[in-house]
Design a protein. Structure first.
Length: 245
């Protein structure tokens, strides 16, 4: 008291801002993302280079260096790294395409969010390997250039094959709690969820399967069945998933 200074005053700790930022304006996608965040995307230690035994979104939630931002716009479904000079944080921006959201089933949207979150996780690991710096975006771009820019997207999609079972399992968990299971309908066959998990394993801008897709599914007719399932759910046509209201 008395207005004098205090040498032992308590200074409360600064609580960091949430590392996961939800900017989705599409109500259906927003609801699905929140549901996936509750159930988590569990990695079961695949045999690839990037391995972890924790939930991906939780990893970002607890991060003090990297922000996970999800939004929807007219840009393609994609995940891009960005350095925010205002916050001083590196960001991984997950974008969902508006036209896609207007047609796709909830099952397809859930799959896409899981798929793009895995892209963010792989990029997170690359950033960690680069030893985080303030010029993150520049360093990341240089990393990509050294590894041929036209091949880096393909490389990530090839690596996605390591996580097919993870995506299928996470998608089934979501469907059990919030999709068909919530509606009182029977769950789909495991092969259906696994087929959906191949969504995105195509060469950029094409419907050509990646080499890893072909290795996992050598039969051309089996690949066509999988591609048809993915397309049906994406277009909301002859699909088994439920369309957004």
């Amino acid at each position: 008291g008395g207005g004098s200074g205090c040498s032992s005053c308590y200074n409360p700790p600064v609580v960091p801002e949430p590392a996961i930022i939800n900017n989705l304006t599409n109500k259906c996608a927003d609801g699905i993302f929140k549901e996936i965040k509750k159930t988590g995307i569990k990695l079961n230690k695949p045999s690839g280079t990037f391995t972890v035994d924790q939930e991906i979104l939780k990893l970002f939630d607890e991060s003090t260096k990297y922000d996970y931002i999800i939004q929807n716009s007219d840009k393609p479904n994609e995940t891009t790294p960005h350095f925010n000079r205002t916050t001083g944080n590196s960001e991984f921006i997950v974008n969902l395409n508006n036209d896609y959201l207007s047609k796709a089933t909830q099952l397809s949207i859930a799959r896409t969010i899981i798929h793009e979150s895995l892209h963010a996780y792989i990029s997170y690991q690359i950033a960690e390997d680069l030893n985080y710096r303030l010029d993150f975006e520049k360093i990341y771009s240089e990393y990509i250039k050294k590894r041929k820019p036209h091949q880096i997207e393909r490389a990530q999609h090839e690596l996605m094959a390591e996580y097919i079972e993870t995506m299928a399992y996470s998608l089934k968990q979501w469907d059990r709690l919030y999709g068909n299971g919530k509606l009182g309908k029977p769950l789909l066959d495991d092969d259906y969820y696994r087929s959906m998990a191949f969504g995105g394993l195509f060469k950029k801008g094409t419907q050509t399967p990646t080499d890893s897709f072909k290795e996992l599914v050598p039969s051309g007719s089996d690949r066509m069945k999988i591609i048809q399932i993915i397309f049906n759910e994406q277009e909301g046509n002859q699909s088994k998933g439920t369309k957004c209201n």
